[in-house]
Design a protein around this ligand. Structure first.
Ligand code: GLY
Length: 366
């Protein structure tokens, strides 16, 4: 075994896929089935210019990863032999008051300066672009390059594709990591796996696996609740981003409604208050959704980091240990870039300039 990947979410599975594609012998350990954590509660929004991306590094990383997406999805889907929906429908970010209009004018200026097409649409033009919007919508910022991906399908397909390339998936909880001279010992509920290289892709749980001599990765859970509604076909044309709410048009007229952002520890529940708040905000922005069929509520724990940037890179204190965690709101968006960076890193290539901003060592003895 060359590499143990700990974690079978969208990051762990896509990393395993890239490593297996590069001919590495990979074992993935997770107590859950692939995609059984936060990835299942992702609406798959790929939108570096709407997610509150105030930081230039995050926008640059997001734009780069989004550019990789179409070819990446095609590769994973072809290797797995299953379709993975990737929908380049664009975003319409809604302004409902003067403060929103000012903020969106700033976002447009940023997009313009960075070479990203963004259209500010007001009044009739906004309503023609997105007819279902409530009357109080004053305008929308339309960014055509944004997209959505079916994250549970991508995660499952990456796992199937990795397996087809020889990766093993072991459904077991990892208890501890320890340097063992020749590499790293991964102690699980079912025995110890030894590997020269280990990738920590354990999402919100990443702080619990610090080997002796290393600090815990400063990653903490931020719960997101997400609703799945069935609306009339073509209710929405774009991903609609509004005040404390986003709406993602999905297949057969269904819509994902996201998401809460809650600092409640490892509490993996959907709650009455969470669901009620999302429904109220969704139907305030798109009144037709009040008549939608309620399909399901999901939740996941986002892996929050103090600077909202993930940790992607080698440990500076434990040889052979690599971090791919702390992606916070951008696990889906940054998955292709993370996977390609990890494949390069584990082959000894540390030349990518993005690794400087992603370095785990910025957070202490990692
Ligand atoms: N990326 C969307 C969310 O975290 O809610």
């Amino acid at each position: 075994m060359d590499v143990v990947v700990i974690g079978a979410g969208v990051v762990g599975c896509t990393v395993a896929f890239e490593l297996a594609s590069a001919g590495r012998r990979v074992r993935v350990c997770d107590p859950r089935l692939p995609g059984g954590g936060a990835s299942f509660a992702s609406a798959g929004v790929l939108a570096p210019y709407v997610e509150g991306h105030e930081s230039r590094p995050l926008r640059d990383l997001g734009r780069r990863s989004l550019a990789q997406y179409p070819a990446f999805v095609d590769r994973v889907a072809a290797a797995a032999g299953v379709p993975v929906a990737f929908r380049p429908v664009g975003t319409a970010e809604v302004a409902t008051n003067d403060a929103d209009i000012t903020r969106l004018a700033r976002s447009k200026a940023t997009a313009d300066a960075e070479g990203v097409t963004a259209h500010w649409l007001q009044g009739t033009a906004a309503r023609e672009a997105e007819p279902a919007l409530a009357a109080h919508a004053a305008g929308v910022l339309h960014i055509p390059m944004h997209a959505a991906v079916d994250v549970p399908a991508l995660t499952a397909a990456a796992a199937v594709a990795a397996r087809g390339l020889g990766a093993e998936f072991v459904q077991t909880a990892v208890r501890a990591l320890a340097a063992d001279g020749a590499g790293i010992a991964v102690a699980t509920a079912d025995g110890v796996h030894h590997a020269p290289q280990v990738v920590l892709a354990t999402g919100a749980w990443s702080a619990s696996l610090a080997p002796a001599g290393a600090d815990p990765a400063p990653v903490r859970p931020i719960r997101g609740q997400l609703l799945h509604l069935a609306a009339a076909p073509d209710t929405l044309r774009h991903i609609v981003w509004g005040p404390d709410i986003y709406l993602v048009p999905w297949t057969s007229g269904t819509v994902f409604v996201g998401a809460t952002s809650e600092d409640v520890g490892f509490d993996e529940r959907t709650t009455a208050a969470g669901v009620a708040g999302l429904l109220t905000r969704a139907s305030a922005l798109v009144p037709a959704l009040a008549d939608a069929t309620f399909v399901a509520a999901r939740q996941g724990l986002r892996p929050g980091s103090p600077d909202d940037l993930p940790y992607v890179g080698p440990s500076a204190v434990v040889p052979g240990l690599f971090y791919a965690c702390g992606h916070y709101r951008n696990g889906a968006l940054l998955a292709p870039l993370t996977a390609s960076l990890m494949a390069g890193l584990l082959a000894g290539d540390r030349s990518d300039p993005a690794l400087a901003v992603l370095a785990p060592s910025r957070a202490g003895r990692l």
